[in-house]
Design a protein around this ligand. Structure first.
Ligand code: CP3
Length: 354
């Protein structure tokens, strides 16, 4: 395979030197871009867009045409996996994602299959292959999945939820059933990510959006343990492969207190939200892993001057050049002005140039 024209993101994750701090944005292909809204319209709906490899490729590339981003991320959603497990996903503007068949008890759990990703999720693998070919080794492509715990919150609640009451009741009332659900979901996620790797992604990210809502012991037992299990099941290759080992980033929103344990999973990168200091975590982990983050997504509402100052503050908090991938601390919001995104990316590149 030919080398990447811009390997900065992968180099930062592997702990190699870089000319500047690489940057990408969670949800970079999304509603804040008018061209995204137009393509979603053309597809019919968000799910139609996910299931159309040509159009999924188109929206993956849209932010890269506008901004000099250092990575592309597959356009899809974490909830395609439970959909393929038979829960039947729908997504409605204003309501959010919903499952027709939520998982509520032991019998529901035992019925769950581990889907064959090339079959039930073949449209995602086709999108990966289409994007890989369109990118033509310009920048790396990040593939992703949800963490088993985060997927379980949607699978048990039947959709988004304020307090995750049902799934949290389940961990205390029926821990064995919960573990069985997380085991099956982990196997589904590992198979799904391995299929994305076979289809050509260059890096893996696992989104644990709701791990931070768990108590300390429950986080380790019900979220982190299953992410660790997935990391150990991935076909990442090794340092001696001509293209290098595929790096894995774990992002637990609200997970700053667990970074030592997250690093112990063998991941290469840890995503952090804006409530944690990059500099503090760097001191705790001593550059054993790469840190991704962590500008407050809301700071993009500010003026260009304030955005530049905020970027500088994040870079300064991280400190001297090292294992850092710049990002927001969570997904970009739908009403952000794209011009402000351009200011942020330019500031990251120019202020961090060695
Ligand atoms: O980062 C990227 O650009 C890649 C695409 C991506 C999407 N969702 C597209 C999307 C990724 C990586 C995700 C992950 C995802 N999906 C997570 C974890 C990351 C996070 O943000 O915490 C979660 C929890 C979901 C579940 C999900 N998908 C919800 C709760 C919603 C509705 C809420 C909302 O923002 O409207 C979605 C829909 C969704 N996924 C959209 C996009 C662009 C918006 C749908 C639309 O275009 O109408």
């Amino acid at each position: 395979m030919k080398p990447l024209a811009n390997p900065t993101y992968l180099r930062a994750l592997r702990g190699q030197s870089t000319d500047y701090t690489p940057v990408w944005i969670m949800r970079q292909a999304g509603r804040y871009l008018p061209e995204y809204r137009a393509t979603r319209e053309q597809a019919g709906s968000f799910l139609d867009l996910c299931r159309n490899p040509e159009l999924a490729c188109e929206v993956t590339l849209q932010p890269l045409r506008r901004f000099p981003l250092d990575a592309a991320i597959l356009f899809s959603d974490i909830l395609t996996v439970p959909d393929a497990m038979g829960l039947e996903l729908s997504l409605n503007e204003g309501i959010g994602p919903q499952f027709a068949h939520p998982v509520r008890n032991a019998a529901d759990v035992e019925r769950l299959p581990v889907p064959d990703p090339e079959d039930e999720l073949g449209y995602v693998m086709e999108a990966v292959r289409t994007i890989v070919s369109a990118l033509d080794r310009s920048v790396p492509l990040i593939g992703f999945a949800g963490s088993p715990w985060t997927l379980a919150t949607y699978m048990v609640e039947g959709g988004s939820s304020k307090d995750h009451r049902r799934v949290k009741a389940m961990i205390y009332e029926s821990p064995q059933v919960t573990h069985r659900l997380l085991e099956i979901t982990s196997d589904a996620v590992a198979a799904y990510l391995n299929a994305q790797i076979a289809a050509g992604i260059d890096a893996v990210m696992i989104f644990d959006t709701w791990g931070g809502t768990l108590g300390d012991r429950a986080y380790r037992e019900f979220s982190l343990a299953y992410m660790a299990r997935i990391v150990s099941q991935l076909n990442l290759g090794d340092e001696n492969d001509p293209d290098g080992r595929i790096p894995v980033t774990l992002f637990t929103k609200g997970g700053g207190q667990w970074v030592e344990d997250i690093a112990a999973t063998g991941c290469d990168g840890i995503g952090l939200d804006w409530t944690t200091s990059l500099g503090d975590v760097r001191t705790r982990l001593q550059d054993r892993v790469t840190l991704q983050g962590n500008m407050d997504p809301m700071s993009l509402y500010a003026s260009p001057e304030q955005i530049r100052a905020e970027v500088k503050a994040v870079l300064d908090d991280f400190g001297s050049p090292g294992r850092h991938v710049f990002n927001l601390g969570h997904g970009i919001l739908p009403d952000i002005n794209p011009d402000h995104v351009a200011v942020m990316i330019d500031a990251v590149h120019s202020l961090s140039r060695r």
